[in-house]
Design a protein around this ligand. Sequence first.
Ligand code: GDP
Ligand code: CA
Length: 343
Amino acid sequence: MPTLRRVTVLSGGVGGARFVQGLLHGLRSGTVPGGSADTEVTVVANTADDWWIHGLKVCPDLDTVMYTLGDGIDVERGWGRRDETWSARTELEAYGVEPTWFGLGDRDIATHLVRTQMLEAGFTLSQVTEALCRRWLTPVHGDGVRLLPMSDDRVETHVAVADPESPSGRRVVHFQEYWVRLRAAVPAETVLVVGQDAATPAPGVLEAIAGADLVVLPPSNPVVSVGTILGVPGVRDAVRATSAPVVGLSPIVGASHVHGMAAQMLTSIGVEVSASAVGIHYGARERGGVLDGWLVDDRDADQVARLEDAGVRARAVPLMMSDHDATAAMAAAAASLVVDGAA
Ligand code: GDP
Ligand code: CA
């Protein structure tokens, strides 16, 4: 069985972070075929959710991965710091400072202060991320993981929604406003990824894809997490060209997402909300796409044949990340599906 020396994961926030946590658990406990505690994991995180708020640069997906792997996450919420307090938010509200719908926790603000100061001093987002991770990815937690932003350039997802009061009948809002203020409760007409065409992959991203023994698309949002990473010029080509097998896990179980708003995002780009449609949207590598294999949940076992017809090797396994063991089993099944001789 080939040894997995390096695994690269293209991750969003909560879904991707939980998957990587389970993957690490599986590598350490020896349940991922070919993997071991020495397997190096590189996480390339989406940065198109990033924005500036109250003068601070906030990178939700990078922070969710960092806090999750570093055991600083609020597990219930899935994002932000554990044991968080909200005094700064209350004080800002007392000043009438907008927007009041986006709350930053007091502990979390420290991260954004460090990041913002370093960016303003001229460091790149990659350098800042590396510095922040020195605290979180330690020998105790998250050892052997490297976290890279997808790009050091500003890339921002915006969403067009219907607005009868606007002369054009529509309004474009930042992804955070769509998700946090509008709670993704109104249809997304279009998703625009501002700055993407001019962005370049952050240092190490293309190398991590080319030099991997396995590339994984975790159960992250296919449009605004994995889609935006693949959309950074050069990344999709690197995934298509890598000698490593590429495997993905469906974030859609049954007829909807498990959490979040993948259904709204898929609808906005005209993709049916089903596990197989997402796999076919990514496409088989041999037919111009990025996947060699795709896992769907047991409940979607009847969709395996459709995927295989589209050239994607597929299998149905339990895909609920209910605990570390269950998630490690998903990582093991993903590796088994595509690493030759591992099944
Ligand atoms: P975000 O940036 O915080 O939205 O996180 P991601 O993009 O990484 O992941 C969001 C996706 O994770 C959603 O589409 C969810 O459906 C998916 N997800 C969350 N928990 C689970 C789970 O237990 N199983 C599966 N299959 N998908 C999940
Ligand atoms: Ca996100």
